[in-house]
Ligand binder design. Structure first.
Ligand SMILES: [Mg+2]
Length: 217
């Protein structure tokens, strides 16, 4: 892919699945949390999984979904402590740091835009040490709306002053890309390989990349 970099001023990058390996989150929410919930409530694991997954489904795409304090209350578990306990599993995708360096060399403005709660954001960024690459670090939790809603992009534009026609967003969530497209952001790329443990799955509605290397020639 020969990407029109000369058109781009701002590069907006999602965190989980896009810059970082989503395997950490998948393992955390799909395995560790149901296990801990089963143990704490004295439930069979299969039932605990059903109950926990049903609650996830109810909150998907909302700010509650990203609010680890909400989940601590909802599930009666210490979610930040559980995350802290497996922080060694947080991994950066192998092409991430080279891509960030590549963007800096071209003089692009770079913003991390994530739905993650600031506690999760801090835990992960302190662990992987990438913060120095970003001009702005934005948690939708602080903005008051998730990336799936127009309100997020409105407040972000006011805050950092990006121009929609000269902005690239890379995200592994197609609902987020659709919301950015409705807002008018012109360059949208779907990160098709979000987890080291899963195959790349290109999206039918958006140009897809498995690796940032595809943007670096
Ligand atoms: Mg993501």
């Amino acid at each position: 892919m020969s990407f029109p970099w000369q058109e781009i001023t701002w590069v907006l990058l999602d965190m989980d699945g896009t810059l970082l390996d989503k395997h950490f989150d998948d393992y955390f929410w799909e395995t560790l949390v149901p296990d801990e919930y089963a143990r704490k409530q004295g439930l069979p694991l299969a039932l605990a999984r059903d109950l926990v997954f049903a609650r996830y489904q109810r909150e998907e795409g909302t700010l509650n979904w990203t609010d680890i304090d909400f989940w601590s209350r909802e599930l009666d578990l210490d979610i930040p402590a559980l995350k802290e306990g497996i922080r060694h599993l947080i991994e950066v995708h192998p092409d991430t740091e080279d891509f960030l360096r590549f963007l800096r060399q071209m003089g692009k403005k770079i913003a991390l835009v994530t739905n993650a709660h600031y506690k999760t954001l801090n835990l992960k960024m302190n662990h992987v040490g990438l913060l120095g690459y970003f001009d702005e670090v934005i948690s939708s939790f602080d903005l008051g709306a998730p990336k799936e809603e127009a309100g997020f992009w409105e407040v972000l534009e006011e805050k950092i002053g990006f121009e929609s026609q000269h902005t690239l967003l890379v995200d592994d969530n197609a609902d987020v890309l659709a919301s950015a497209r409705r807002y008018g952001i012109k360059y949208l790329l779907f990160k098709a390989k979000s987890s080291s443990q899963a195959a790349a799955e290109p999206h039918p509605d958006f140009p897809s990349i498995a690796s940032f290397r595809e943007l670096m020639d």
